[in-house]
Design a protein around this ligand. Structure first.
Ligand SMILES: Cc1cc2nc3c(=O)[nH]c(=O)nc-3n(C[C@H](O)[C@H](O)[C@H](O)COP(=O)(O)O)c2cc1C
Length: 218
């Protein structure tokens, strides 16, 4: 059964449910040949807050998360996003209607950490305006969490480096989306206490930014 699942994942023809083996979703190989040139992606980058509710395909999920912070030099385990001192402090959590997953870059897989739809926690602190509710219409939201303990030192400068590292991962997502016609917007808004409770984050883990990702509204 495991071999069949892996063959179908490799062929890139699976749904999320089919690719899930116990609590791990194995992602297909990222397609490193797709998308426009970098200059065109820069010309097209824009914050988009409206999208279709269509589920993100597993191939697009694979490509966007690899572009965000996947391993691009396997021999050294280095990543598509640079990080201060190469501490690789940014973890990516993926929120969907079905659950929340932690990206495992070595395995290029998603490990389920919560069941159910928790996108509300990223809509922002509860407020009468609910101006950030648009985020719940996106099929996928990528949350970037820095683990400060990986720096092995303390202070304001460490927090700044973490924020810069998250910003770079977020920009990778924005440029990838621009280059393949997906919708996204970088966001600092979230209900941080709710996110912390849900993901059981320690004191040194800081949820910094998130990017919802979806297809353009028809
Ligand atoms: C660090 C950061 C935080 C942001 N937070 C939010 C947010 O919480 N909600 C939102 O709708 N947009 C957010 N944005 C998007 C900005 O509003 C947007 O980039 C800006 O208006 C410029 O528009 P453009 O991206 O289309 O050039 C954020 C952008 C950055 C860089």
């Amino acid at each position: 059964m495991k071999r069949l699942v892996m063959a179908a994942v490799t062929a890139g023809c699976m749904t999320w449910a089919e690719a899930q083996d116990t609590n791990v979703i194995r992602l297909p190989e990222p397609d490193k040949t797709r998308g426009t040139a970098v200059m065109q992606a820069l010309a097209d980058r824009v914050s988009v807050r409206e999208c279709s509710s269509e589920e993100l395909s597993l191939n697009d999920m694979s490509d966007v998360i690899w572009a965000a912070n996947g391993i691009n030099r396997p021999e050294e385990g280095r990543r598509t996003a640079p990080s201060a001192l190469n501490k690789q402090d940014i973890d990516i959590y993926v929120f969907t209607a079905e659950g929340v997953y932690l990206y495992l870059p070595q395995e290029h897989a998603l490990q389920q950490v919560a069941e159910g739809d928790h996108r509300e926690a990223l809509a922002g602190p509860p407020s009468p305006a609910r101006a950030q509710d648009f985020v719940k219409d996106f099929p996928v939201i990528l949350l970037f969490v820095s683990d400060l303990s990986r720096f092995g030192m303390e202070g304001e400068r460490v927090k700044l480096m973490a924020a810069m590292d998250a910003g770079i991962v977020s920009e990778n997502v924005s440029l990838f989306c621009a280059s393949v016609g997906l919708c996204t917007v970088p966001r600092a808004s979230m209900d941080e206490p709710a996110v912390r409770r849900l993901l059981k984050l320690g004191e040194q883990q800081i949820p910094l930014l998130n990017n919802p990702v979806g297809y353009p509204k028809k």
